[in-house]
Design a protein around this ligand. Structure first.
Ligand SMILES: Cc1cc2nc3c(=O)[nH]c(=O)nc-3n(C[C@H](O)[C@H](O)[C@H](O)COP(=O)(O)O)c2cc1C
Ligand code: SF4
Ligand code: SF4
Length: 259
C-alpha cells in the first residue's frame, strides 16, 4: 500500500505526546498535516480515504485517554483508512488507554495497523520518568515507526491484516477526579497566556493565579506555557502523594509495540 497523506492528530498538554508522534510521522511516507487538538477540535469533520494514513497520539490520564479529547477525536472519519495509534504515559501504567483509542478510531472507520505505548516524564510528578523520552526511547520510537512503515508498504490492502489487540480491559477503568490543580503565585504578570492555552477553560482572565477546581483536568499545560514560571502544583496533599508515587512508580518501564 502507498500512503500519500499523513494526518497527524494529537492532544498534548505538556508536549511529550507531540514530540513522539511527530517523530513517528517523519519516518513514514506522505505529506504531513498536523491537527493539534489540545485546545480545539476541527470545526468540521475531517474525512480520510485509503490513500491517507492517520497517526494519532494521546497521553494517558488515569489509565484512559483524556475524556476531553473525545469530541475532537470523533471528528476524524476513515473509510477503510490505515491508522497508527500511540499512547504516552508517565511510567506508571497505560491500563485501558490504548485499547480505548483503538476502539474509538476503529468505530470511526479506521483500521489499526500498529499500536505503541511509550513513556514520558510524568506531567504531574516530574520526578518520575524524568527527561523521558530519552535517547533509548527515541530509538524505540524510530524502530516502531519503521516497522509500521514496512507493514504498510508490504500489504496490498487492509483486508489481509490481522486485528491488533492492545492490552487493556472492557469495560474500561472508571477514572476518579484528581484532587490536584496547579495555581499561580506572585510571579504572575497577568499576561493571559495560561488563560488562552488552558484546554479546559479553567483559568479566568481577571484572576489568572486561581484555578477553577471543577473544570481543571490537571493537565499541566498552564505550568509549561507560563513565561514567568508562576504556576505550579503545590500543597501538602501534592507533596505526600508525590512521595508515595515516586516510591511506587520509579522503576523504568519500556515501550511496548503491537503489530
Ligand atoms: C490527569 C493526569 C493523569 C495521568 N494519569 C497517568 C496514568 O494513569 N498513568 C501514567 O503512567 N501516567 C499518567 N499521567 C502522566 C501522563 O500520561 C504523561 O505525563 C504524558 O506524557 C503527558 O503527555 P503530554 O506531555 O503530551 O501532555 C497522567 C497525567 C495527567 C495530567
Ligand atoms: S488550569 Fe488545569 S486544565 Fe487548565 S492548563 Fe492548568 S492544569 Fe490544565
Ligand atoms: S501565564 Fe503565568 S504570568 Fe501569564 S497570566 Fe498565567 S500565571 Fe500569570
Amino acid at each position: 500500500m502507498k500512503t500519500e497523506n499523513i494526518k497527524l492528530v494529537y492532544f498534548s498538554a505538556t508536549n511529550t505526546t507531540q514530540k513522539i508522534v511527530r517523530h513517528i510521522s517523519t519516518q513514514l511516507d506522505g505529506d504531513i498535516k498536523e491537527y493539534n487538538i489540545t485546545r480545539q477540535a476541527p470545526e468540521a469533520e475531517v474525512v480520510l480515504d485509503n490513500s491517507d494514513l492517520l497517526i494519532v497520539g494521546m497521553p494517558v490520564y488515569a489509565g484512559r485517554i483524556p475524556a476531553i479529547t473525545l469530541p475532537a477525536l470523533h471528528q476524524f472519519k476513515g473509510n477503510g483508512t490505515p491508522a497508527i495509534i500511540v499512547c504516552v504515559y508517565g511510567n506508571r501504567e497505560y491500563d485501558d488507554a490504548l485499547l480505548e483509542l483503538k476502539d474509538v478510531v476503529e468505530a470511526n472507520g479506521f483500521k489499526v495497523v500498529s499500536a505503541g505505548a511509550f513513556i514520558a516524564q510524568h506531567s504531574i510528578f516530574p520526578q518520575v520518568g524524568t527527561e523521558r523520552p530519552d535517547k533509548k526511547d527515541m530509538e524505540s520510537i524510530t524502530e516502531f515507526a519503521q516497522k509500521s512503515k514496512q507493514i504498510i508498504d508490504s500489504i496490498d490492502g487492509l483486508d489481509t491484516l490481522h486485528e491488533i489487540i492492545p492490552k487493556g480491559n472492557r469495560p474500561y477503568k472508571v477514572p476518579g477526579k484528581l484532587p490536584l490543580q496547579p495555581s499561580g503565585n506572585r510571579k504572575c504578570t497577568a499576561c493571559g497566556t495560561c488563560v488562552k492555552q488552558c484546554p479546559a477553560q479553567a483559568i479566568a482572565a481577571d484572576t489568572p493565579r486561581k484555578t477553577d477546581k471543577e473544570k481543571c483536568i490537571a493537565c499541566g499545560r498552564c505550568i509549561v506555557v507560563c513565561p514567568a514560571d508562576a504556576r505550579h502544583f503545590g500543597g501538602l496533599l501534592y507533596k505526600v502523594a508525590g512521595r508515595k508515587f515516586v516510591k511506587a512508580h520509579s522503576a523504568r518501564k519500556d515501550p511496548e509495540f503491537y503489530f
